[in-house]
Design a protein around this ligand. Structure first.
Ligand code: ADP
Ligand code: MG
Length: 311
């Protein structure tokens, strides 16, 4: 799958000297290089630090008045409370200096997974989701995410498109606009549940570590909710990666996380796809040049899946 380009990220040298010194002290070795991976849309520092003794650590950092610091701290609380065996890297530390905050995470070694049909990574990801959602979230995790309201609940878009349909709206969406708006309106009441939800599952938020296999990163949107959210979010990503909508619609019908909650899954997919269709038409936010083009592609993939579920 083509990962959207990154640009505008803060670099290691943008981090104030006191925080860099604090991090080197905590890590126990000088930083000799800081490599910013491709992928993702954020503007904060997100880099693999190479240490003089050969070790690596992953760090995310931003100014304290940047909303991404709150997101990074949420991610740190999540990483510190996931159950053992969850497909996530370990939290190594949180450091504050000079009105900046850095979250240090164990470094994963490998590329983004290949979610295309030629790779086994997609199958492994489905299996991870089955395991992650098969039992309720442990209490420490539920407590960690309860402080931050979930953005997933608030997904919508068809309501606005219905009231003022854009001229370039896909005819398949135009034909179903009232139905799609009605479906997404059912989502907020269905959005609650007790399962672990990563909340932003895409190839660029996963790393295929050479020891651990596919591992989920970027837990900044993690919450609790119905089991179907991550599987239903992954489904359009797999279509973007080359799988057929028919094949993925079949997988969604049968997967343990979605099979028993068809209405919730459809309502979520409608809300997510409406969000993409609406947001893809907005001006690009600063520092995220690939975002709108990605949302256009994702919107089309989501609509193809909805077409299957509603036909
Ligand atoms: N623990 C890690 N080890 C190695 N690489 C990572 C790790 N976490 C994230 N990455 C890589 O860094 C990129 C950006 O990190 P991410 O947590 O997704 O930040 P953002 O919120 O800015 O998208 C990811 O797309 C992934 O390639
Ligand atoms: Mg990311």
């Amino acid at each position: 799958m083509p990962v959207p380009p990154t640009s505008g990220r803060l670099q290691w040298t943008d981090v104030p000297t006191p925080l860099r010194a604090l991090l080197e002290d905590a890590l126990g070795a000088p930083v000799t290089d800081a490599v910013t991976p491709k992928g993702g849309f954020g503007h904060q520092l997100a880099a693999a630090l190479h240490l003089a003794d050969g070790r690596r650590a992953f760090v995310k950092a931003a100014r304290d008045d940047d909303p991404l610091t709150a997101a990074n701290l949420h991610e740190a609380a999540v990483l510190g409370s996931l159950p053992p065996g969850a497909p996530a890297p370990d939290l190594l530390g949180i450091h504050h200096a000079a009105d900046w905050t850095a979250v240090v995470i164990a470094h994963l070694d490998g590329p983004h997974p290949d979610l295309s049909p030629v790779s086994a990574d997609a199958e492994q990801t489905w299996a991870l989701l089955d395991k992650l959602t098969s039992s309720p979230a442990p209490a420490p995790y539920a407590a960690a995410v309860s402080i931050t309201p979930s953005t997933t609940v608030a997904l919508h878009g068809w309501d606005e498109l219905l009231s003022d349909p854009p001229a370039d709206l896909d005819p398949a969406a135009r034909d179903r606009l009232p139905q799609l708006a009605e479906l997404e309106a059912t989502w907020p009441a269905l959005a609650h549940g007790d399962r672990i939800v990563h909340g932003d599952l895409r190839a660029d938020n996963m790393v295929r570590d050479r020891h651990l296999g596919v591992t989920f990163v970027d837990w900044a949107h993690a919450t609790t909710g119905p089991a179907c959210i991550d599987a239903a979010s992954l489904a359009p990503q797999l279509i973007l990666a080359g799988h057929t909508p028919t094949g993925i619609a079949g997988l969604l019908r049968d997967h343990p996380a979605t099979a028993s909650s068809a209405d919730t899954t459809t309502a979520f997919l409608a809300a997510l796809t409406g969000h993409w269709h609406r947001n893809a038409r907005k001006p690009a936010p600063p520092g995220a040049p690939g975002l709108r083009a990605y949302q256009h592609r994702a919107a089309a993939a989501g609509l193809a899946l909805l077409d299957h579920r509603l036909s």
